[in-house]
Design a protein around this ligand. Sequence first.
Ligand SMILES: COc1cccc(COC(=O)c2cn[nH]c2)c1
Length: 236
Amino acid sequence: MRIDLITIFPEFFSVLDVSLLGKARQAELVQTRVHDLRDYAAFKADGSPDVHRTVDDAPFGGGAGMVMKPDVWGKAIDDVLEPGGVLVIPSPAGTLFTQALAADLATAPQLVFACGRYEGIDARVAEHYAAAGHRVLEVSLGDYVLNGGEVAAFAMTEAVTRLIPGFMGNAQSIVEESHADGLLEYPSYTRPATWRGHDVPDILLSGHHARIEEWRHEQQLQRTRTRRPDLLPPEG
Ligand SMILES: COc1cccc(COC(=O)c2cn[nH]c2)c1
């Protein structure tokens, strides 16, 4: 898979070289490229040089803040997005990012993350690439607002790449992790068996694997009921 990240803060993604992702990149499972949006703002619409490499402008209809220019984004995405590539726009107004969507995106040949800043990207950009036949997703990490899409893009990149076959050493741990079966993960323990007067649940020291599995599933249900009832099917 190739992952392209378009941003006005390219240095933000230099960490990609040192994270776990770095190993996957070395293994050629994932190629990542970072693109400076301002490289596509060197010339104005009329072809004259723009020394300020402007990427934003005032919103039509008024309102606070600035909107990112469609023409600049168009030049950048035209240069980067490949046939079959998915354009992902992190946004507070997006659909919720889930483990299921991560698994879906892990099968794509290319992801292009358009990292917005200010009040966002001109809405015609998403419209244009959808109309051109590309899969375009506006995706939210949750109900809060960040200053830009870079943090969200990095989180989604990690959630997706770790699901690429061959990336994680222990495939079994992926299957067992939270959300893989729609429930939250059960609590985990390791040595020492007693720590500051707190004991590990006896069942886990019993060696009864069937009972341990049953206890763990019950813990998953209990946790999901109390912390994330929204994840339970209607009959709960
Ligand atoms: C594309 O337009 C905008 C506008 C404003 C901020 C951002 C950055 O994304 C988020 O804030 C976010 C993503 N998931 N939850 C929050 C993008």
